[in-house]
Design a protein around this ligand. Structure first.
Ligand code: FEC
Length: 318
C-alpha cells in the first residue's frame, strides 16, 4: 500500500459507451467497426433498434453516469476515516470521453496513482483485456502508475445482488401460477468469436462460475447458459444464441423462462432491445412466458462489489 496516504487516488471506470444522440450513431458504429463506416443498411438497422428502445433518449449514458457517481460515493464513504480520497473518471471504449481521455483528465488533476475497473464482471482478452491495453498505453505515456481489476465475477456482493433479482422474479412466476421448478432460468452474456476458446480465454468459464454460484445461492437446478447478441460476421461465434435456445426449449414443452443476463450490469441496447424486444417476441410466438431479471444499475450491492474490489487492489498493488 502507498505510504503517501494524503494522495488522491484516481479510479478509471471503463465501460462500453453509447451514442448520446441519434446523430452520433454513425460515428459510434464506425468506431466499433475499427474505423470502417457501416453501410446505409447497417446504419438504418442500428438506428431502428435505438428508436425502438429509446426514441432519442439514450439510457446507457445516464445509467453509466449514475453508476460512476454511486461508485465514487461508495468508495469515499468506505475511506471516510482514512486520509485519502478516490476520484472516479469515466473512460469509454467507443464514445467520448474515451479511455485515453479519462487518463488525460486524471493527469490534468495531478493524479499519479490509479486503479482501472470495467463495468463488466467477466474477463475476456477481447473485452476487458482490450480496455486495459488502451488504458495502460496512455497511463505509461503520462507517467501514471495503474493497477487493473481483471474480473470480479464471484464477488459475494455481486452474487447476492444477482440472486436477489432471480429470486424476486421467480416469486412473480409463482404468483402467476407457475411451479418454481418448472421455470427454466437462462443465464446469459454477450457472445464473442468462438476462437477465444482456443486462446484459453477465461470468459466462458467465468460466466459459468457466476451462473453456478447464483443458482446455488437461490437453490435452483433447472438452469442453463446461453449466449446473445453475436456479431454478424463470417466467423463462428459462441452459441447457442438465446433465440435458438428458446426454440429448443419450446420443443421440450418449457413454458416459463427467466432470463438472467449476468454478463451485463446495466440497462442498454443489448438488454432493452435484444432481450426485451427481440427475445420476448420470439417467446410470445412460441407461447412462452419470458421475464428478465432487473439490471444491476446502481444497486448498492453492486457498488459494494466494485468498491471493495478497487480498495483491495489499491491496498495490494499501489
Ligand atoms: O446501449 C448502447 O448504446 C451500447 C450497448 C452495447 C453494449 C455492448 C457490450 C458488449 N459488446 C461486446 C462485444 C462486441 C463485439 C462486437 C460488438 C458490436 C456491437 C454493436 C453495437 C454494440 N456492440 Fe457490443 N455492446 C453494445 C452495442 N460488440 C451497437 C455494433 C452493431 C451490432 O453488431 O449490433 C462486434 C464488433 C466488430 O464487428 O468488431 C465483439 C461485449 C460486450 C460486453 C462487455 C462490455 O460491456 O464491454 C463482449 C453494452
Amino acid at each position: 500500500m502507498s505510504t503517501k496516504n494524503s494522495e488522491k487516488i484516481g479510479v478509471l471506470v471503463m465501460s462500453y459507451g453509447t451514442p448520446v444522440s441519434m446523430d452520433e450513431i454513425e460515428s459510434y458504429y464506425t468506431h466499433i467497426r475499427r474505423g470502417n463506416p457501416p453501410t446505409p443498411e447497417q446504419l438504418q438497422d442500428l438506428t431502428d433498434r435505438y428508436k425502438a428502445i429509446v426514441g432519442g433518449v439514450f439510457p446507457l449514458r445516464k445509467n453509466t453516469d449514475d453508476q460512476v457517481q454511486a461508485l465514487q460515493d461508495a468508495l469515499n464513504q468506505k475511506m471516510s476515516e482514512a486520509d485519502i480520497s478516490f476520484k472516479c473518471f469515466q473512460g469509454l471504449k467507443h464514445a467520448p470521453p474515451f479511455i485515453e481521455d479519462g487518463i488525460s483528465n486524471m493527469h490534468a488533476e495531478g493524479i499519479t496513482q490509479a486503479v482501472g475497473i470495467v463495468l463488466a464482471p467477466h474477463y475476456s482478452i477481447m473485452s476487458v483485456g482490450s480496455y486495459i491495453k488502451r488504458a495502460e498505453a496512455r497511463a505509461k505515456e503520462l507517467g501514471i502508475t495503474m493497477s487493473f481489476v481483471h474480473s470480479y465475477h464471484l464477488h459475494p456482493s455481486l452474487i447476492e445482488a444477482l440472486a436477489i433479482r432471480v429470486e424476486s422474479k421467480l416469486a412473480l412466476f409463482a404468483e402467476a401460477g407457475a411451479l418454481r421448478d418448472d421455470v427454466k432460468v437462462l443465464f446469459g452474456a454477450h457472445s464473442l468469436p468462438a476462437r477465444i476458446l482456443e486462446m484459453g480465454d477465461p470468459y466462458q468459464d467465468q460466466l459459468l462460475e457466476t451462473s453456478k454460484a447464483v443458482a446455488e445461492k437461490v437453490g435452483i437446478h433447472n438452469w442453463q447458459f446461453t449466449w446473445q447478441s453475436a456479431g454478424r460476421t463470417a466467423e463462428p461465434w459462441l452459441g447457442p444464441d438465446i433465440l435458438e435456445t428458446l426454440q429448443e426449449l419450446s420443443t421440450e414443452q418449457v413454458e416459463d423462462v427467466l432470463v438472467a443476463p449476468v454478463g451485463f450490469v446495466s440497462d442498454h441496447l443489448e438488454v432493452l432491445y435484444d432481450l426485451d424486444i427481440e427475445a420476448k417476441t420470439v417467446a410470445k410466438e412460441l407461447d412462452m412466458r419470458l421475464m428478465r431479471i432487473d439490471s444491476l444499475n446502481t444497486d448498492p450491492l453492486y457498488m459494494e462489489a466494485l468498491s471493495d474490489t478497487i480498495i483491495k487492489i489499491w491496498e495490494k498493488e499501489l
